[in-house]
Design a protein around this ligand. Structure first.
Ligand SMILES: NC(=O)c1ccc[n+]([C@@H]2O[C@H](COP(=O)([O-])OP(=O)(O)OC[C@H]3O[C@@H](n4cnc5c(N)ncnc54)[C@H](O)[C@@H]3O)[C@@H](O)[C@H]2O)c1
Length: 325
């Protein structure tokens, strides 16, 4: 039997706390070299791409594959979302596909949890002010993750190139987190200056975040650039940071934020302080001084999807949610 879970059913059992626990455990397993995660496989269509992302985490008994398609024209052409994802979980014992579930909501939440893991281990514990650029799905998810690990944040300055996105975001997040002030700002510079944590989560093809704006002790969470065609951080950010941390070194140098500085001869793989998993597993220290400037560059990992889907499967079984097929 295979448990089928729709997006609404996934949403009904999964919250940010559970997602964060799953993602942090995945990073720990990775840091302990206790995962198998082959490189992603791509199929290129005329109008989009299909990506297969398999992972196995023996320590958690979780195995499976995310199949995700990205068709940027879908909304205009067919009234469909650009990103469509399903996750298939397999029993490591006998291979049986134990579950098939929507992966779109899991992708959104697990990315917020990945950013939050970086924030937990690398940002100052007394962080009060945050600058956020990009107020879409990830803007929301990154704030949910942030609040899980730094609930004492007092002010989040929010910026988007679409001005109307700011008012809607401020209203929605202000209602969800009434103790925190959400303030619209007019530039990435205003978002970054004076902030203890700076989060970028846009699909921008051009770098817009300048290292000159980062204050001492700041942590940068760079989420949006997940392909070579996207870039959020100017080279000056890479130069300003004392510790460069990534989720997975081979993927980090493919995306614009690191590919361009590498091309310019500013960084090599040797300049990476750690993969986040090594810090979560306790093999390397996270933040060691209140003044250092840290960066976490997330590119997205199959272990985050499969680990979170495994958690969803357990919660759905406990709650009798979903359809056995
Ligand atoms: N690292 C990962 O694991 C991971 C996972 C999921 C998504 N992503 C990436 O994160 C990015 C955002 O995804 P999303 O789902 O939130 O998209 P979205 O379309 O829901 O939101 C993107 C927002 O960014 C804004 N924006 C675009 N360019 C901007 C700029 N230069 N400055 C400020 N705002 C700008 C847009 O107006 C929009 O509001 C995408 O590039 C996506 O591929 C990364």
């Amino acid at each position: 039997m295979t448990l089928y879970l729709t997006q609404d059913e996934v949403k009904s059992v999964l919250d940010m706390r559970s997602t964060f626990e799953a993602v942090e455990s995945g990073f720990r397993e990775m840091g302990n070299d206790n995962i198998e995660m082959p490189a992603r496989v791509y199929l290129h269509f005329e109008k989009g791409v299909l990506i297969a992302m398999p992972a196995y985490m023996p320590g958690l008994g979780a195995a499976g594959t995310k199949l995700v398609t990205v068709h940027p024209g879908n909304k205009k052409d067919y009234g469909l979302p650009a990103v469509i994802a399903r996750i298939v979980l397999n029993s490591p014992d006998n291979g049986v596909p134990i579950a098939i579930m929507d992966g779109t909501y899991i992708t959104a939440l697990r990315t917020g949890a990945a950013g939050a893991t970086g924030i937990k281990y690398l940002s100052r514990e007394d962080s009060k002010e945050v600058g956020l650029c990009g107020l879409g799905v990830q803007g929301r998810s990154q704030v949910m993750g942030l609040m899980e690990v730094r609930p004492g944040v007092e002010k989040v300055k929010v910026y988007d190139i679409i001005p109307e996105a700011k008012a809607a975001f401020v209203k929605e997040m202000g209602e969800k987190y009434p103790k925190t002030k959400f303030v619209p700002v007019d530039s990435p510079k205003e978002a970054a200056e004076g902030s203890d944590i700076v989060i970028t989560c846009t699909p921008s093809p051009e770098a817009f975040m300048d290292g000159a704006w980062l204050k001492k002790g700041c942590h940068v969470s760079a989420i949006g650039a997940d392909t070579g065609a996207k870039r959020e951080l100017m080279t000056s950010v890479i130069q300003k940071c004392d510790k460069l941390v990534v989720d997975f070194i081979p993927q980090a140098f493919v995306v614009g934020d690191f590919a361009k500085p590498k091309e310019e001869g500013v960084i090599t793989e040797e300049d990476i302080y750690a993969e986040l998993g090594e810090i979560v597993a306790g093999k390397k220290e996270g933040r060691t001084s209140p003044d250092e400037i840290t960066l976490f560059k997330a590119t997205g990992l199959a272990i985050q999807d499969v680990g979170t889907a495994h958690k969803v499967y357990i919660l759905a079984k406990e709650g009798g949610i979903g359809t056995e097929i």
